[in-house]
Design a protein around this ligand. Structure first.
Ligand code: HEC
Length: 419
């Protein structure tokens, strides 16, 4: 009993320690970083070279191009048709810290100060590669470098830093055998965390039965040439497997999704190996669950994530939690009203997760209400059951290889590719 009590106190302390890095729930800047120096993903020392590289890439003080009306400081938002699109142009006064130990990369262009600081830091890491406490942390750090290189090349900025990021990612690459032996942080977290177990399919270590993986033709959002990640989607029909099978292949306008229909999307890291090749690792870093709760229409009183019947669960791997080691706390549960900087359309936009996810996933105010916010069931996505379960990892390796080959040829070529 005592041990159990101690365990709970200790977990609560771990959660509080993480919260201290971000503005708390209910505040004007909920979920945004408070101060970059609080982020120490790769070592306890704030001035560790990997921490500093991370901070200069993944934390940006900047003004968004667009500010969504759903932010609390924009005043109350009425949840009626179009709420999700309401926004204004951002200005200097909207500048603040964005990013941190999550999955959204707010980087667009480095300040001269950051670019000048990064070049010698990266050179130092190449000359004397850091000793990470686990190979998983080495892969996370390399992924941070590769995503930043892709972004800067895509935005056609800081070509000298892009070249240095690529060279450093290559210098830190692990051999293929080591990549194959990595452990999946989601599997460890799920084993230790009942909330995750209740949300996830059995194939991901959870308790939810009746989920089947579907392959699909993805949009650019899920193309590893841009994300360095693989992605898998699982669907669950409330009436079971046969009912799900009868929905596929989708035809006409696509099926009418029943209440209770669920989906899970996980994304994992594609690493650059010492052989110069793309390797899909087992490391999952982003988890999203979705369920159609009702079709009661759009209203402030419809207490769902989208306010029109869909609920989401969002979990993002925290590097710092992986370093400090309590598996139950590896993933941060992101709240609907947490804020972030999103760049899905090439424009930096400050909004909440509720605002962002609802843009593409909603029941009302779309030409396809029958799909209930499940774009994977659009006929042109050609959803079909997976056979081996590694189809998406192999596809992502081919896609990421294009990015790696382009970066190897030079930042200009990578920018060209990424357009
Ligand atoms: C720019 C549009 C867009 C945004 C924004 C977006 N998604 Fe999606 N999402 C998609 C598309 C398109 C798919 C279909 C899968 C594919 O293309 O491979 C999808 C798939 C999914 C799925 C799998 C089942 C399905 O078809 O819905 C889940 C779960 C999901 N998204 C959750 C989220 C969450 C949570 C957010 C907010 C963090 C989000 N999405 C933001 C476009 C978007």
């Amino acid at each position: 009993m005592l041990l159990r009590t101690l365990g709970i106190v200790w977990l609560a302390t771990a959660a509080m320690a993480q919260d201290a890095r971000r503005h708390p729930a209910g505040s004007r800047d909920q979920g945004l970083p408070i101060d970059p120096l609080r982020f120490r993903p790769y070592a306890a020392a704030a001035d560790d070279a990997c921490n500093e590289v991370f901070r200069r890439l993944w934390l940006q003080h900047e003004a968004p191009a667009e500010v969504a009306a759903v932010l609390p400081r924009e005043g109350p938002v009425a949840f009626d048709a179009g709420w999700v699109h309401k926004k204004r142009k951002g200005g200097e006064a909207d500048g603040r810290w964005f990013g941190g130990d999550g999955r959204q990369l707010p980087l667009e262009k480095l300040t001269d100060d950051d670019a000048e600081a990064l070049l010698p830091l990266l050179a130092r890491l190449r000359a004397a590669p850091p000793a990470f406490t686990t190979p998983e942390l080495a892969v996370l750090f390399q992924h941070d470098l590769l995503r930043a290189a892709q972004r800067l090349a895509d935005a056609r900025n800081n070509p000298d830093v892009v070249a240095a990021l690529w060279a450093t990612a290559a210098a830190l690459a692990l051999p293929a055998e080591a990549l194959a032996k990595l452990t999946d942080p989601l599997a460890s977290a799920t084993a230790a965390n009942a909330e995750l177990r209740a949300a996830l399919p059995q194939v991901l270590g959870g308790e939810v039965t009746g989920c089947r993986e579907v392959l699909r033709r993805s949009t650019r959002l899920f193309d590893a040439e841009y994300t360095c990640s693989w992605s898998r989607v699982f669907l669950r029909h409330p009436d079971g497997d046969e009912a799900l099978a009868s929905m596929l292949p989708t035809s006409g306008d696509g099926p009418t999704v029943p209440i209770g229909m669920g989906a899970v999307l996980v994304q994992g890291i594609v690493a650059l190996g010492a052989d110069g090749k793309a390797h899909a690792t087992p490391m999952i870093v982003d988890v999203r669950t979705q369920v159609l709760v009702n079709r009661d229409g759009l209203a402030a009183t419809n207490q769902t994530f989208t306010h029109d019947g869909i609920d989401f669960g969002i979990w993002q791997l925290e590097r710092q939690a992986v370093r400090t080691g309590a598996a139950a706390a590896f993933f941060r549960s992101v709240q609907a009203d947490d804020q972030d900087m999103f760049r899905d359309y090439g424009t930096l936009k400050h909004t909440t997760y509720r605002g962002q996810c609802t843009l593409c996933h909603r029941v009302t105010d779309t030409p396809e209400p029958h799909l209930a916010g499940l774009p994977v069931l659009r006929p042109h996505a050609k959803a079909a059951f997976a056979v081996t379960g590694d189809e998406r990892q192999r596809l992502a390796e081919q896609q990421a290889q294009k990015l790696f080959d382009a970066l190897a040829k030079g930042p200009a070529t990578a920018g060209e590719k990424a357009k």
